[in-house]
Design a protein around this ligand. Structure first.
Ligand SMILES: *Cc1c(COP(=O)(O)O)cnc(C)c1O
Length: 370
């Protein structure tokens, strides 16, 4: 089988985890590895603070909690995203309102934002989908004009930049994931980054059950979202390789582009002139001109060489779990609907050899020939 992704864990990473275990960095928020990972990663992003947590989903839930919105507000989210983006909003008593995608980068369509803002709107939560950044200069300008908070979902965009500036450094807060298939991994894990001292303090407080003084006396409802120290040790080692990993992700994407550029009926991923795309996954859209549907192509790739693929996300506008929420606001998202039906991503491990990419592309071209 050629899997859609494959985490790469090296011996030095295993040794770093073992060393942290030997130092007793098991749980809690003490030790060397955790602050080192938080500090180095936040600095890379261009933020003063990094607050490591146990998943990207927790990072999103924690960030929205730290924002302290009055209940019943609305948060604009990318329609095409992992459900975690919307759940971080929902679990804080806020209503996620989907913003449809644009058809080029598949990110949220910035032209639609102002039409969706109401007096209830508190924040914008954009996702940098599949590693291509949102135009954050433009998004921040819209947010500032309407006095909205911005929380970036950077779960797929570690290292991506907008006019040379890192995703995660624009918004009030940014949420990263270190799940096994993300740009760097800790197994399960995440981080919130911010330049705001007060938000950083709240994030740390709420991550750790809102412990204050005296111990065991609590004024607020916190969470246990702590990242274990030995997990942070893995994150730190992975982080030290991030430039190499991103280079390799880009190599994989460029190789796919080269093999697929002349195939009719495929929309390939782009890199706009102001953007640096980290190609978290090599995603493409199967247009009607291709001749067969996305589902037929996926089945054919599996039959040809057990090539695993995955569809684009089901839009937030179509999620039953969100329809049930009090205050749910229906918004049509025709572009995200089309992407859900016609988009897929190909095997994208950063160590994917050129020969394997050639096999995948050969199997795709085979379908055109037929
Ligand atoms: C992976 C992902 C998440 C969730 O991260 P976990 O670490 O799996 O909880 C959130 N948002 C997006 C866009 C993601 O891709």
């Amino acid at each position: 089988m050629i899997p859609v992704f494959e985490p790469v864990i090296s011996e030095d990473e295993i040794e770093a985890v073992v060393a942290a275990l030997r130092r007793g960095e098991i749980s809690g928020t003490f030790g060397e590895a955790l602050p080192a990972f938080e500090g180095e990663f936040a600095e890379y992003v261009g933020c003063k603070h990094g607050i490591a947590v146990n998943s990207g989903t927790s990072a999103l839930q924690l960030a929205v909690a730290a924002a302290q919105f009055v209940p019943g507000g609305e948060v604009l989210v990318s329609a095409s995203t992992n459900i975690a983006t919307a759940l971080g909003v929902l679990h804080n008593g806020q209503v996620p309102v989907p913003v449809d995608s644009e058809g080029v980068t598949w990110n949220l369509d910035l032209d639609l934002i102002e039409g969706l803002i109401t007096p209830k709107t508190k924040a914008i939560l954009p996702v940098h989908l599949y590693g291509h950044p949102v135009d954050m200069d433009r998004l921040m300008e819209i947010a500032q004009r309407h006095n909205l908070m911005v929380i970036e979902d950077c779960a797929e965009s570690h290292g991506a930049t907008v006019r040379g500036r890192q995703t995660g450094s624009f918004g009030d807060m940014a949420c990263f994931s270190f799940y096994a298939n993300k740009v760097i991994t800790t197994g399960e894990g995440g981080m919130v980054t911010t330049n705001d001292d007060a938000l950083a303090e709240r994030l740390r407080l709420l991550r750790n059950l809102a412990f204050t003084e005296p111990r065991f006396w609590h004024q607020e409802a916190g969470f246990n979202f702590r990242m274990p120290g030995f997990v942070a040790a893995l994150g730190l080692e992975q982080f030290h390789k991030i430039e190499h990993i991103i280079e390799q992700k880009r190599r994989v994407a460029h190789t796919y582009n080269e093999f697929l550029k002349d195939v009719p009926g495929l929309q390939l991923p782009v890199e706009l002139d102001w953007a640096y795309n980290v190609y978290w996954m090599y995603a493409l859209v199967v247009k009607p001109e291709f001749g067969i549907s996305r589902d037929e192509l996926a089945a054919a790739l599996w039959d040809a060489a057990e090539i695993q693929t995955r569809t684009f996300f089901c839009p937030m506008s179509q999620q039953p779990v969100l329809h049930k929420q009090a205050g749910y606001r229906p918004v049509a998202c025709p572009v995200a609907d089309r992407l859900w039906e016609s988009g897929l991503y190909l095997p994208s491990a950063w160590n994917l050899p050129e020969e394997t990419i050639e096999i995948v592309c050969g199997a795709i071209k085979e379908q055109v020939a037929n």
